[in-house]
Design a binder for this molecule. Structure first.
Ligand code: F6P
Length: 502
C-alpha cells in the first residue's frame, strides 16, 4: 500500500470525540455490530462514515476479498514459506480435504483422550504441558479462562526455559500420576526440548519406570517426535499449514480438550467457525474483523499511535493481552511487505494491556492525561464468572464503562490544569454474553481475522516470523563458540555471568 490512500483518509475531517454523539445521533447503531455472543462497539473512535468508505476502497484496492478467498481455499498465501494458512480448517471452515484431514486428526486426539480417561496410562491426575509461544499461550489462555472449576485434571503449562517455571509447576504434581504433553510444531525448539528432558528426569527421579511411555507429543513434525523417543501411537499430529500462533484449535489445544472436556473443546471450535463464516460472508460494512482492522489502521498508520491497549474487565480473560501480543506483533510486526518492498510508516502497533480494574490503579493515569494517544480496547462479559455478591460484577462493569466515557469526554479545568482531562481519547468495547467456550472461540477467531485483515491492508504476509530467528542463531553460537566474535559488551556479560550456568 502506498501512503496515498492513507493521506486521503488523513485529510478527511476528524470529528471531536468529546461531542461526537451530539453531532452524529445515529452513530451508535451504525457503529456497533453483534456476531453471535460478541458485540463490537467502535462508536467511541474517530472513524466516520466517510473514513469507513475510504477504508472500504483501500480494502478493494488491496484485493481484500480475493485474499480472503485465498485464505479459506487453502492457497499458499504464506508466500515466503510457500505454505497455506489453514487454521480455520481446524474448526471446519476451509478447503474440503484440509477440513477432512483436520477432523480425522481431532478424532485421533479424542480417541487418545478416551484411553487416558479409561486409565490406559494408569491413574492420571496431572497434565504437564511444555511448549512455548503459540504452543503455550493459546492453551494457557483457554485453561485460565475456562478451566477454573473444570476439576478434571490439574493442568500446568510451562513455557519459560528458566528452570524456576518447571520447578514451580511440578511442586504440586505427583510424578506417578503425571502425563507429559510436549507441544512443539517443529519439535526442535530449544526451550521446549530442554523442559521436556528435565520433566522426564523429574519423572525418572520420582520412580516412574517408563517416563517416555507417559509422553504425548503435539506436533506437526511426527518424525522428530519419534526420534526424540515418543511412540507413534502417542503422537497427535497437526498440519504444517497451521501456524504456531494459530494452533490452539489443533492438537496443541490438547490440555483444553482433556481438561475442559471434549464438548467444551467442540463448542470452542464451533464458536470460531461461526466467526469464520461471518468474516467470509459479511459485507465489508457489516464485517466486524474488517472494521476492527480499519480502526487499527486509522490509529496506527493515519494518526501514528505507536501502541494499542487491551484491557479485559474480566479476570477470566487476564491472559488475553499476552495472547494478542504474539498474535498481532508476531504476525504484523514487520517492515517489509509480502513482495519484499519496504512498508512506509508504522505497521503493527505495540499491543499491551492488562486487567481491569487493576490497571486503573497503575497505568490509566497515562491513558487519561499522558501525552501519548493510546487507542484502548475494553473487554467485558455480561455474566460474572463467580458466585459472590453480584456487587462485584456491577462494580467491575461500571468501572469499565466509566473509563471509556471518561477517556472520550474528558473534563476542562482552566483554573487547575493538573486536574483537567483532555478527553477526545478513543476506545472500542467488546461485550461478550459470557465467557463460554463458544464465546471465547468467536473472540479469538475475531482477533485472528482482524490481524489478517490488517495485514492485507498493509500488503504484509502475517504468517511468517523470520524476525525471531537471528537471536536464536546467536544464542546457539554462544553455546558452541563461547565469547569469540562478539562485541565487548556481550563478551563481558557472557564472561561475568555464564560461569554459573555451566
Ligand atoms: O520463536 C517463534 C516461534 O516459532 C513461534 O512462532 C512459535 O509459536 C514458537 O516459536 C514455538 O515453536 P514450536 O511450536 O515449533 O516449538
Amino acid at each position: 500500500m502506498t501512503q496515498q490512500p492513507l493521506a486521503t483518509i488523513a485529510a478527511l475531517p476528524r470529528p471531536d470525540l468529546r461531542t461526537i454523539f451530539e453531532s452524529d445521533p445515529g452513530r451508535l447503531e451504525r457503529m456497533t455490530l453483534s456476531v453471535g455472543p460478541l458485540r463490537f462497539d467502535w462508536s467511541k473512535t474517530h472513524l466516520t462514515a466517510e473514513m469507513l468508505a475510504a477504508f472500504g476502497e483501500l480494502a478493494n484496492a488491496q484485493d481484500f476479498a480475493g485474499k480472503r478467498d485465498q485464505l479459506f481455499s487453502g492457497a499458499k498465501i504464506n508466500n515466503t514459506e510457500g505454505r497455506a494458512a489453514e487454521h480455520s480448517a481446524e474448526r471446519g471452515e476451509g478447503a474440503r480435504e484440509s477440513v477432512a484431514s483436520a477432523k480425522a486428526l481431532h478424532e485421533r486426539m479424542r480417541a487418545l483422550i478416551d484411553v487416558i480417561e479409561a486409565e490406559g496410562f494408569g491413574p492420571v491426575r496431572h497434565i504437564l504441558h511444555v511448549g512455548i509461544g503459540g504452543s503455550a499461550l493459546g492453551p494457557d489462555l483457554l485453561m485460565d479462562a475456562l478451566g477454573r472449576d473444570a476439576g478434571r485434571y490439574d493442568v500446568a503449562i510451562v513455557s519459560n526455559v528458566d528452570g524456576c517455571a518447571l520447578e514451580e509447576a511440578v511442586k504440586r504434581f505427583d510424578p506417578q500420576a503425571t502425563l507429559l504433553a510436549v507441544a512443539s510444531k517443529t519439535f526442535t525448539t530449544t526451550e521446549t526440548m530442554l523442559n521436556a528432558a528435565s520433566a522426564i528426569e523429574w519423572m525418572t527421579e520420582g520412580g516412574v519406570e517408563d517416563p517416555y511411555g507417559k509422553v504425548i507429543a503435539l506436533t506437526a513434525s511426527p518424525d522428530k517426535a519419534i526420534e526424540w523417543g515418543v511412540d507413534e501411537t502417542r503422537i497427535l499430529p497437526f498440519s504444517e499449514t497451521v501456524g504456531g500462533r494459530y494452533s490452539l484449535w489443533s492438537s496443541i489445544g490438547f490440555p483444553a480438550a482433556i481438561g475442559l472436556g471434549w464438548d467444551a473443546f467442540e463448542s470452542l471450535l464451533e464458536g470460531a467457525a461461526a466467526m469464520d463464516r461471518h468474516f467470509r460472508l459479511a459485507a465489508p460494512h457489516e464485517n466486524a474483523p474488517l472494521i476492527a482492522a480499519f480502526v487499527d489502521q486509522y490509529y496506527a498508520r493515519v494518526m501514528g499511535c505507536e501502541t494499542r491497549g487491551v484491557f479485559a474487565y474480566d479476570e477470566r480473560l487476564r491472559l488475553l493481552p499476552s495472547y494478542l501480543q504474539q498474535l498481532e506483533m508476531e504476525s504484523n510486526g514487520k517492515c517489509v511487505r509480502a513482495d519484499g518492498s519496504a512498508v512506509d510508516g508504522h505497521t503493527a502497533p505495540i499491543t499491551w494491556g492488562g486487567v481491569g480494574t487493576d490497571a486503573q490503579h497503575a497505568v490509566f493515569q497515562l491513558l487519561h492525561q499522558g501525552t501519548h494517544i493510546v487507542p484502548v480496547e475494553f473487554l467485558a462479559s455480561k455474566e460474572p464468572g463467580h458466585g459472590f455478591d453480584p456487587a462485584h460484577h456491577r462494580v467491575l462493569l461500571t468501572n469499565c464503562f466509566a473509563q471509556g466515557a471518561a477517556l472520550m469526554r474528558g473534563r476542562d479545568n482552566p483554573a487547575d490544569p493538573a486536574r483537567a482531562y483532555p478527553g477526545g481519547r478513543p476506545s472500542s468495547t467488546i461485550l461478550l454474553d459470557d465467557v463460554t467456550p463458544e464465546a471465547l472461540g468467536a473472540l479469538i477467531a475475531f482477533y485472528e481475522h482482524r490481524t489478517f485483515a490488517n495485514a492485507v491492508l498493509m500488503g504484509i504476509n502475517p504468517f511468517d516470523q523470520f524476525g525471531v530467528e537471528l537471536g536464536k542463531e546467536i544464542a546457539k553460537s554462544i553455546e558452541t563458540a563461547g565469547t569469540s566474535g562478539f562485541d565487548p559488551s556481550t563478551t563481558a556479560l557472557i564472561e561475568l555471568a555464564m560461569g554459573n550456568a555451566e
